[in-house]
Design a protein around this ligand. Structure first.
Ligand code: PGA
Length: 297
């Protein structure tokens, strides 16, 4: 399968895909909400409306940057990934705004007899611009890196920006295997070699032991891993690196101030509009505070 080049962001098929990247590059900080298996229509609508109201208020205050270019705040991009059932409705609620729509998984095949699955083409058709892939909650349920690589290729093919999740378990960290595990997941979850191709791609480092536990990796642990991932992906051009695992308003700014952290993938805290919005504001603070990542061209 031929992967799109870094310039693919210019002619993406999915509506509004330029919310996330221009000229193949994603700049500034990226704040992504992963709703997981949460959300019924009524509550979801209130959540989205509350987020949009906060964005509108920011616009009135003159803080909003290039709204039309997908920055909810100057230098900050936001996306939410609801469950499949809500994608079309959330797309309509978000229409015309600066928050992008994403999905939490896709199937590798374009169509066919795969009961219960959703293809990347369907996600693009539903208005998605990105797709989380390889989340540890799926890896723990048996998903392999090889399967994830096939999904990633399908996402690319349909102009969805993939957020590839990798992370070690507590046992692996305690055994000193963290970097080896991450290198293995990274190498085997990409449908191309790390020295070839130059596709738009985001990687999220999500230590399994920090997800949904309230335990956040220390700044030193995050910095070490992100530096390692930066080196590992150097052959791909600039790959934005997110951190995920119990990110909340109170720790988001210091995490995003780290030089190699280009944003965050947020689970539980993205279900609360105020908390999620505070995380977006923290991204802006991190940018302004000199923690400008190399992604902010
Ligand atoms: P959490 O989840 O923020 O609830 O820890 C993060 C994730 O799983 O992406």
């Amino acid at each position: 399968m031929t992967l799109p080049s870094q310039n693919s962001g210019q002619d993406v098929g999915a509506p509004g895909a330029s919310l996330l990247w221009q000229d193949g590059a994603l700049t500034g900080k990226l704040v992504v909400g992963n709703w997981k298996m949460n959300g019924l229509a009524q509550d979801a609508k209130l959540l989205v409306q509350a987020l949009l109201a906060k964005g509108a208020k920011t616009a009135e205050d003159g803080q909003l940057g290039h709204h039309g270019q997908g920055q909810i705040l100057n230098g900050v991009r936001m996306a939410i990934c609801p469950p499949f059932t809500l994608l079309s409705q959330v797309r309509d609620w978000l229409a015309g705004g600066a928050i992008a729509l994403g999905a939490q998984d896709c199937h590798a095949e374009p169509a066919g007899a795969f009961t219960g699955n959703i293809s990347a083409a369907m996600l693009a058709d539903a208005g998605c611009q990105l797709c989380i892939l390889g989340h540890s909650e799926r890896r723990q349920a048996g998903e392999t890196s090889v399967q994830i690589a096939a999904k990633l290729a399908a996402a690319h093919h349909n102009r969805l920006l993939p957020i590839l999740c990798i992370g070690e378990t507590l046992a692996q960290r305690q055994a000193g295997e963290t970097l080896a595990v991450l290198a293995d997941q990274l190498t085997n979850s990409l449908p191309f070699t790390l020295t070839g191709g130059n596709p738009p791609l985001v990687i999220a480092y999500e230590p399994v032991w920090a997800i949904g536990t309230g335990l956040t990796a220390t700044l030193d642990q995050i910095a070490e891993v992100h530096q390692f991932l930066r080196q590992q992906t150097v052959g791909l051009g600039h790959v934005p690196l997110l951190y995920g695992g119990s990110v909340k308003a109170s720790n988001a700014a210091e995490i995003m101030a780290l030089g190699d952290v280009d944003g965050v993938l947020v689970g539980g805290a993205s279900l609360n509009a105020e908390e999620f919005w505070q995380i977006a504001l923290a991204a802006k603070v991190a940018l302004a505070g000199g923690g400008l990542s190399t992604a902010a061209a």
